[in-house]
Design a protein around this ligand. Structure first.
Ligand SMILES: Cc1ncc(C[n+]2csc(CCOP(=O)(O)OP(=O)(O)O)c2C)c(N)n1
Length: 619
């Protein structure tokens, strides 16, 4: 499709040359292009559709990269990428060697800060603004944060700290009433109250205009009005949360009305005696009917049919199995509750949220709080399941140690998207949870490979374990299971010839690749067995005994080597006093870029071909 105006935008300065009609046309073209690209590559559609006018006007009113825009989460930065010299590459977004789906400083000078996790923008922008001040640089720093991301504690740490900063510091609150699902909590309620108020900046302008028509007295009133700016504002809002924190509040502004946006941003630039918060109201999914009516589903979506909005593939994954098993447990046991940090849909908890309303808690994008909240529940005998993506669990490391493990409180983490996640890339890989959890005393970790193992692990986590228990499972569904694989166990299995002298140890979905590797090696005359762990911590001494029968042992894990299970297992093997060849192969001290899961596993030599290569090289 031809994009007459969009294709001419090589940098933000080109937007400034457009008249109003052309700017509107540009917005329409951006929407068309967003739908076209995301329908093919998958990605974050609804948030980008909602922020088109705001992004265009930000680039029209400010001078990037001298002025810095920090995008919170960064999932809504596709429009920004198209307008900052990357339009020609936008078709490659989220694909191997293509543009990242999130802002990346290494990708463009227009990306002021990397992101992927929520609520970091205000802190990062404040750091940037402070550095500019220290270096004597004059320019604006703007944090763009959604109302969902405003539920994260870090946002308030940033707001609080920057509240007394007087140098060209602007926070744009992009309020679409939604996180991924409907937004939750008291601040969301506060925002909804503010949303329905008449805009403060509009009222001020109108009043000023009116007064200038009244001879003599009008001028005087205008002066008084200017001085009592805050009084007028207080009349309208009493005090907003943001006023209390030291920000000049401007808004609410219609985020799809270019004139309103222009007025608000121009005014924000002029206020230099305190930081400014511009409250912009937008509609998630704007301009594409399926996304407007199903914003949750179109928040992050795979390939879909543009005409109908229907996803092109759907398969039953681990999240769905987890969720239906949790519903079964909750039906039988009133002590079971579920917690999510704004990820109801992704973790599969929608059904639970409807069936067990009183026992379902969406706490907002607040993983730290979710864990400590679960711990509080556990002190009273409740059995909380916190369903969380591996990457976002990183937020709660201290809480896992300080609140859960030291008190040995029985909480269960359902760690979704464990391992490689694919196209969301570095910020979203689930490659750290094992090392993180493995270092914590009083913990149990299960890493099932198949749905049946997941179900058993969840039951064991609830009723056979004490303390902090994690059940980790990958994105997507089951992979290969050999026909002769006997009923899976939640501890460990030895698959293959007990007397083989080569043992491959692994856990989680890598078992599927290991089985394929075993078959291929057998056809080359190399006989191996596979020690498959499901409970990876604590390590079962019987599993160590079994492995110790071989003289060549290979440990493969889809996780960091440092602090991983391979190291712990190796330590246990060493204690047997025997001499082995022992090789751990996992992710070595690096981050994994965006590409498909299979591409990444192949690159990391963690698929069957990689395993075969490593085994052959070492025997
Ligand atoms: C720490 C963390 N937890 C969860 C997520 C997953 N996540 C991505 S975007 C999003 C919702 C953000 O809502 P909002 O800031 O309002 O942006 P919108 O998509 O509505 O524009 C969530 C929960 C995340 N990125 N980071």
């Amino acid at each position: 499709m031809e994009y007459k105006i969009l294709s001419t935008i090589k940098s933000p300065s080109d937007i400034k040359k457009l008249n109003d009609t052309e700017t509107k046309e540009l917005c329409a073209e951006i929407r068309e292009k967003l739908i076209e690209v995301v329908s093919v590559n998958g990605g974050h559609l609804a948030s980008n559709l909602g922020i088109v006018e705001l992004t265009v006007m930000l680039h029209k009113c400010f001078n990037c990269p001298k002025d810095s825009i920090v995008w919170d989460v960064g999932h809504q930065s596709y429009v920004h990428k198209m307008l900052t010299g990357r339009y020609d590459l936008i078709d490659t977004i989220r694909q191997k060697d293509g543009l990242a789906g999130f802002p990346k400083r290494s990708e463009s000078k227009y990306d002021a800060f990397n992101a992927g996790h929520s609520s970091t923008s205000i802190s990062a922008a404040y750091g940037i603004a402070k550095a500019k001040q220290l270096k004597g640089e004059q320019s604006y720093t703007i944090a763009v944060i959604g109302d969902g991301s405003m539920t994260g504690g870090l946002a308030y740490e940033g707001l609080n700290n920057a509240g007394r900063f007087k140098k060209n510091f602007i926070v744009i609150l992009n309020d679409n009433k939604m996180s991924i699902s409907n937004n939750v909590g008291a601040v969301a309620k506060h925002l909804s109250h503010m949303r329905i108020q008449p805009a403060y900046i509009r009222i001020k302008r109108r009043t000023e205009k009116l007064l200038s028509h009244i001879p003599l007295f009008g001028k005087l009133f205008k002066k008084v009005l200017k001085r009592s700016k805050s009084k007028l504002k207080n009349l309208i809002y009493k005090n907003t949360l943001f006023d209390v924190l030291g920000y000049t509040y401007l808004g609410p502004v219609d985020g799809h009305d270019m004139d309103e946006l222009n007025n608000a941003l121009t005014l924000a630039k002029k206020i230099t005696n305190e930081p400014v918060l511009v409250h912009v109201v937008t509609r998630k999914g704007k301009g594409y009917e399926p996304a407007e009516s199903h914003p949750k589903e179109f928040h992050g979506i795979g390939k879909f049919d543009i005409d109908t909005g229907e996803p092109l593939s759907s398969h039953k994954g681990f999240s769905a199995v987890f969720a239906s098993e949790l519903c079964k447990l909750a039906e039988k046991d009133k002590k079971i509750v579920a917690i999510t940090a704004a990820m109801t849909l992704g973790t599969g908890l929608s059904e639970f949220s409807k069936k067990f309303k009183n026992r379902f808690f969406d706490v907002g994008i607040a993983e730290e709080h979710a864990i400590t909240f679960a711990c509080g529940l556990a002190t009273k005998g409740i059995i909380p399941f916190f369903a969380v993506y591996s990457t976002f669990l990183q937020r709660g490391f201290d809480q896992l140690i300080h609140d859960a493990a030291i008190q040995n409180l029985h909480i269960i983490l359902a760690v979704d998207r464990a391992g490689i996640v694919g196209d969301d890339g570095e910020t979203h890989q689930g490659t750290f949870d094992v090392s993180m959890l493995n270092t914590i005393p009083n913990t149990t970790i299960f890493s099932p490979c198949y749905f049946s193992e997941l179900r058993h692990s969840l039951n064991a986590a609830a009723y056979m374990c004490k303390g902090l228990v994690s059940v980790r499972y990958p994105r997507g569904g089951e992979l290969y299971m050999p026909d002769d694989y006997t009923e899976p166990s939640i501890d460990f299995n030895l698959y293959g010839d007990e007397n083989a002298d080569i043992t491959l140890i692994t856990y989680g979905r890598l078992f599927s690749f290991a089985c394929k590797a075993k078959e291929a090696l057998a056809s080359d005359g190399i006989n191996i067995n596979i020690l498959k762990l499901c409970r990876i911590k604590p390590i079962d001494p019987k599993a160590v005994e079994l492995a110790a029968r071989s003289s060549k042992i290979f440990f493969f894990e889809e996780s960091l080597v440092a602090g991983g299970i391979g190291e712990s297992f190796g330590y246990e093997l060493k204690k047997t006093g025997k001499n082995f060849f022992y090789k751990i192969h996992g992710i070595k001290d690096r981050f994994v870029r965006h590409e498909t899961v299979l591409q990444a596993l192949s690159e990391l030599e963690l698929d069957d071909k990689g395993m075969i290569k490593i085994i052959k090289e070492n025997i």
